[in-house]
Design a protein around this ligand. Sequence first.
Ligand SMILES: Cc1ncc(COP(=O)(O)O)c(C=O)c1O
Length: 341
Amino acid sequence: MPSTTTDLLAPFPRMRLVDGATPVYQLKELAREITDLGDVNIFVKRDDLMALGGGGNKLRKLEFLLGAAMAEGADTIVTIGGLQSNHARLTAAAAAKAGLQCEIILGRQVPKTNEEYELGGNVFLNKIFGARVEVAEAGTTPLERARARVAELIQTGRKPYLIPTGGSTEIGALGYVSCLYEILEQQKELPIEFDHIVLANGSSGTHAGLAAGLLSAGKSPRLVQAFSTLHDGDTARQKTAQLTEATLALLGHQVALPEDDVLVDGSQRGAGYGIPTEEMKTAVLALARSEGILLDPVYSGKAFAGMLAYIREGKFKSGANVLFIMTGGTPSIYAYRDAFE
Ligand SMILES: Cc1ncc(COP(=O)(O)O)c(C=O)c1O
């Protein structure tokens, strides 16, 4: 079923938030810090480099989510996330640009209560971008509270649009269908063929969008290797398979995706979501001290650590070209100063 991105995505309302293709380049200095990587070629796609709101993967999803919200005549975006959610911060920034009100309901998912975590990083930026921020009370999930808030807003004559965790709906995943076609173009320009695309899997929309994009282009979704950071590997695999199928259905393709075609490894999550691991810290410091670029401690740091482990274990063959998606999240590093001391 090969398609082009223009055919596929043209029917969906979209608000442009990302200014063109994000850069792809090879990491040539990393070998100074990590010397046992053999001859695997590591490339990064800098989806952390976007002008709006500090950038990150969520902006690609928000292009389609805000497009849908505005097409429905919404005047308020309501979304949810963990306290240091990057998705919440980027929703606040994108809503500001779109002239929409933004309401954020956060939850305490991570056992961390220091001041920097509670008030700094993304929590601080949500307010700077003008969002109304609420922390769900104990015993209520952010989604329950968000649904109740949506009902309150409707009562007062507002038109809210609810975006669930991480913007990971089939509409949001279209942002990474688009990104996959961008990568295919960049492969031609370099020219290079990527053997693996590696990334963090949180609420699974980024992975699902890439997998749906690959299938729509007649390629294998097994090109994508994710490391789960929120759910255990099996749960993340199931959620990703379902969301990939739903995204393809939205694009007009009915496909039953075998779970084996969804590569998610749960080994890097450590003690849980948002809890630092030694491997994550090593990866963050190595990339910062060789290439001068920042991974985040919750998602991309753990996924990068997973990629390094796969290279060492020989799971990526000698000479392979591996593309790591830098998904952003830099502001949350300020909430993790204690982890690096
Ligand atoms: C910086 C960063 N990287 C990766 C992810 C994972 O993306 P997804 O939720 O689409 O799996 C997220 C969000 O959850 C994120 O904020």
